[in-house]
Design a protein around this ligand. Sequence first.
Ligand SMILES: C[S@@+](CC[C@H](N)C(=O)[O-])C[C@H]1O[C@@H](n2cnc3c(N)ncnc32)[C@H](O)[C@@H]1O
Length: 371
Amino acid sequence: MAKPKKLYVEGKDYFLWPYEEQTQMKHKVVTDYFKIWATKLGQHHIAYFFDCFGGCGAYLEKETIHYGSPFLAAKVATDLKESLDRKTEIIVTEREKENYENLLKVKDDISKELTVVPRIGNMSFEDYMQLDWTIRTYKNPNSPVFFFIDPFGYSLNFSDIKDIMRYQRNEMVINFMYDYISRFINTDDNPKLEETYDQFFGCGEWRDARNLSGDEREKKLVDIYKRQLKKSAKFVFPYKLSFPDRDRTYYYLFHATNNIGGCSIMKSVFASWNYGRVEYLGRKGDELTLFDLKEFKIGDIKSTLISKYAGKQMSFTEIVEDIIDDTLFIETDIRTAIKEMREEGTVKTMRVTSKTDRGLAGDDMVSFNQK
Ligand SMILES: C[S@@+](CC[C@H](N)C(=O)[O-])C[C@H]1O[C@@H](n2cnc3c(N)ncnc32)[C@H](O)[C@@H]1O
């Protein structure tokens, strides 16, 4: 992948990268979610943000400087420390010396604003994952780790990430560079490239996508990666980010968590920045379509629930767990749909968790009528 252009601002001794719109979206979603995650998990123990592909630390949009993920996370951690006494640490690895040195300059420039200052190392993610300290930390139930894995391209090795989610409280957001992955997948019998793909996916099934095109290829590759991650994570949801100005997928952010609440909250966070959608459609997404109307979404959820669960009885949590990472639905809409079905008489509910008959949560039971 071509390196981003270096930009300069008078009075700053570091360089900056252009702040593309989909990067802005990535930052909004990851920092908002990290804030919620760290508020919960940093209460009694240190919650770690491992920023494994640190970047150069700063971006420029018109005349405005924006900070990269290590410093956005550090700002969240600083706010949480000051307002709620939460304990968080930000650990950053960056392989390229030039970017690493730039990160240190950005850090010097803003460290007076931070009470949680990122610790930055000039190391590859691969080497970092072999360190005793890293392994001990992410395996320790008392030190939950949020991994932000944001490489350029597809050089990631699945074996480096496959064990992270075996530990209950860890979470990951991985940038799955679909555009590049798809573009070079016809490897023309280049054994080196084939090996890179085998390592990236952790299996050889990606070869089946070579004969597919368009949406079919996209779905196949995303499904394979999701299935691989689901071998160790309970919930995995891929968020699609398109190019801002083209009707084409740029990359996916895969969120992996073992916590139903985590999966549900991330969906809500993403939707809150994207007109209720769990995908970023670029500028095209500014136009609302019929499918975005609340009534349409709720109707869609109702028909899915009926076709999946007619005649069954299950708790609200079981329903959400069953569909949260398989559909585009968010939890609040699922709740609204079931409440409407209750009014319409197509389901009955029995209160267990909710305090009043109007509520619907947790262990409340839902019985679906026969079709
Ligand atoms: C997309 S940028 C990261 C942007 C950053 N996460 C942000 O949002 O501000 C990817 C970075 O990963 C670095 N990188 C590439 N391969 C790496 C590796 N194996 N280990 C660590 N860093 C790597 C690149 O030099 C680049 O700075």
